[in-house]
Design a protein around this ligand. Structure first.
Ligand code: HAS
Ligand code: HEM
Ligand code: CU
Length: 583
């Protein structure tokens, strides 16, 4: 078979309209809940940017009614943006896509049930946060301690993601049974690989919560209520290590769903073709194999971990940059192919021929451009030689606002510009404003990144209310007037860009349905090099990347190999610490 120039896929038609409406409904529920969380999280961000501009707004009485401290705000910001927004969006996006891609029928009652459980987890967690009972930051670092409600809510929240995961993997296995010898279609392949990666990744956090956080907080709570001495303790090092088992890989749980949009759909928005389906499958499999066992790069500064293991995790981190470099090559090739098809020429002149009038294209492409320095900064962070310079400084928030704040967030924003019309039949109200929101957000994040990376290099710490230190001259003496100014301006730009986006988004959501959503098709891209349909005639790479379950088992074995030698000495030498409530 000629695998070149595979025509664009069309999702198998669904004839049962009531079923389709229910499937789309639950997806839309996930996506809309995600953006409500992001709205609240994003409103807090500029206050923090002002802090890093030397302006303290936390003494304001009105604000004090809402957040008691800088750290309560920071916890809400981290949890709502990085944990809640992402997981809700991804659960909708990566449930809907593989189901449509495979043309399978799922039990939508189960899907709605999972949504309800996830929302319940969110409500419990949010209640604890808003009551200032869990100001422990989104990394949940013990011995800072929240109430049991918080940890139980968070556990329910993560468990609900397993519900979606199970439904997708089960549906895929069913499809495999009904279609023996067929190659899994690309989007389904990417989705299943991502969910399996998340399963392996989440084990660390689940172990941390069930074995340590929940028992410790419940015991402390009971002992406090009994008025007796509090003897419950926790080992902070074990907790951190289990956290980063999940905590690094979670960034790929945020990134890979965006990669799905970059690989499978962006070329279509740009009027071009995906470079290679087999290579795309390889990238996702590399994340499945190597995405999780690298978490020690967050713990270079932690004592009592053998440096050999820190170095091994460092090298494995460098290896896991490879599938992202593959992605950079692939998406750049796809865009160049698209621009040349539209008559573009020159070494870089073709860039002007891309569809810069299309808000979906603009948001996704700007998010990719910002991810180039974001990813490069990640490699700096991972280098044991540089880490001591940047660790725990403002450099780090600089790094992750041009990864999760753009590659993930902007991509999801831009996706919503076609996804909501597709799901709900409500057209995008103002493409112009939508486009502008992405440009303003992009420049906001770029300025933010410059300001924060710069401040970090000058030694300004992260997670510090630097605008309220008792000796302001210490901060003044750090020579950061310019980056402080840039950070402050970026906060204002991001507020404006964010409000523009939310205006468009909610105007769309609250408008009347005026079209059949299926008239806005899922924008599958054709491929220059396809994967084919039959496994028997497929290339060795396609055959190698097909058995995702087996590859997932291999991925889990790798994680155990690089984590058990780190965890075992900790478990045999537990050091208990009592809980603290600081703010
Ligand atoms: Fe990171 C800390 C290392 C990627 C998020 N990271 C964080 C934290 C977050 C985060 C939230 O090694 C803070 C955690 C905390 O609170 O303490 N990170 C890496 C490395 C990568 C990486 C090596 N991070 C991400 C992604 C994130 C994310 C993705 C979210 C989505 N990170 C670290 C380390 C730390 C860290 C240390 C701890 C620091 C410390 O000291 O505490 C890599 O995966 C990056 C690989 C990416 C690339 C870029 C490829 C570029 C592409 C775009 C191409 C675009 C084109 C556009 C071609 C190599 C794919 C063309 C367009 C045209 C118009 C032509
Ligand atoms: C932390 C600003 C949007 C995720 C921070 C910090 C600032 C900031 C200044 C550092 C605070 C500190 O270290 O003390 C902003 C602004 C935003 C924005 C101005 C846009 C309006 C986002 C988005 C995400 C995000 C969209 C993710 C989806 C985080 C996370 C932290 C953080 C995870 C770390 C919290 C912690 O250290 O515990 N943000 N942010 N932010 N931000 Fe944002
Ligand atoms: Cu990491």
């Amino acid at each position: 078979a000629d695998l070149h120039n595979t025509p664009a896929r069309v999702a198998p038609a669904v004839t049962d309209r009531a079923y389709l409406a229910s499937l789309k409904g639950v997806t839309a529920a996930y996506v809309i809940t995600a953006f409500v969380a992001l709205l609240i999280g994003v409103l807090i961000g500029p206050l923090q940017a002002l802090n890093y501009a030397g302006i303290n707004v936390y003494d304001n009485q009105l604000l004090r009614l809402l957040v008691k401290s800088y750290y309560q705000g920071l916890t809400l910001h981290g949890v709502l943006n990085a944990l809640v927004f992402t997981q809700f969006f991804i659960s909708g996006w990566m449930l809907y896509l593989p189901v449509r891609d495979l043309g399978m029928r799922i039990n939508t009652k189960f899907a709605w049930g999972t949504y309800i459980v996830m929302t319940l987890g969110l409500v419990l967690t949010a209640a604890a946060l808003l009551l200032n009972d869990a100001t422990v930051l989104y990394t949940l670092y013990p011995p800072m301690m929240g109430t049991p409600l918080f940890y139980i809510g968070a556990s329910i929240f993560v468990a609900a993601s397993w519900g979606v995961l199970a439904q997708v993997v089960y549906t895929w296995l069913q499809w495999k049974r009904q279609n023996p010898g067929r190659v899994t279609p690309l989007v389904a392949h990417m989705s299943v690989a991502t969910w399996l990666m998340w399963f392996i990744a989440s084990l660390g956090l689940v172990a941390e919560a069930l074995l340590f956080l929940v028992p410790w907080s419940v015991q402390t709570w009971l002992q406090t209520r009994a008025g007796g001495p509090v003897t419950a303790t926790i080992d902070p090092l074990i907790a951190r290590t289990l956290f980063w088992w999940t905590g690094h890989a979670i960034v790929y749980f945020w990134l890979l769903p965006a990669y799905i949009a970059w690989y499978a759909f962006l070329p279509r928005h740009a009027g071009g073709r995906l470079a290679s389906e087999p290579l795309t499958r390889l990238a996702f499999v590399l994340f499945l194999l190597n995405g999780v066992g690298v978490g020690l790069h967050h713990q270079f500064a932690n004592p009592n971990i053998d440096n050999t293991w820190k170095i091994i995790h460092m090298f494995l981190t460098f290896l896991v940059a490879i599938p992202s470099l593959l992605t950079a090559f692939s998406v750049a090739a796809a865009l160049e192919d698209a621009a040349r098809a539209r008559g573009g020429g020159g070494v870089v002149g073709w860039i002007r021929r891309l569809p810069w009038e299309n808000p979906v294209f603009v948001g996704i492409t700007l998010s990719m451009i910002s991810f180039i320095p974001g990813g490069a900064g990640g490699i700096v962070n991972a280098s044991q030689a540089f880490a001591p310079v940047v660790h725990n400084t403002a450099w780090i928030p600089g790094h992750f606002h041009i990864t999760v704040g753009t590659a993930t967030t902007m991509t999801f924003m831009a996706v919503s510009f076609w996804l909501i019309p597709h799901l709900l039949g409500k057209p995008l109200p103002s493409p112009r404003l939508a486009r502008w929101s992405q440009w303003v957000w992009f420049w906001g994040m770029i300025l933010f990144a410059v300001g924060m990376h710069w401040q970090g290099l000058m030694g300004v710490p992260r997670r510090a209310q630097v605008s309220a230190v008792s000796q302001p001259e210490v901060y003044e003496a750090m020579n950061v007037a310019v980056p402080r100014l840039l950070t402050g301006i970026s906060g204002v730009l991001l507020l404006i860009g964010g409000l523009m986006f939310f205006y468009v988004f909610f105007k769309m959501v609250f408008s009347k349905s005026v079209q059949d959503g299926e008239n806005v098709p899922i924008p599958y891209s054709p491929a220059i090099s396809g994967a084919g349909e039959d496994l028997a005639s497929a290339s060795p790479l396609v055959r190698l990347t097909e058995p995702l379950l087996a590859l997932g088992v291999l991925g889990l074995i790798i994680v155990l190999l690089v984590y058990l030698p780190v965890l075992l000495p900790m478990i045999t030498n537990m050091q208990g610490a009592p809980g603290w409530q600081l703010w």
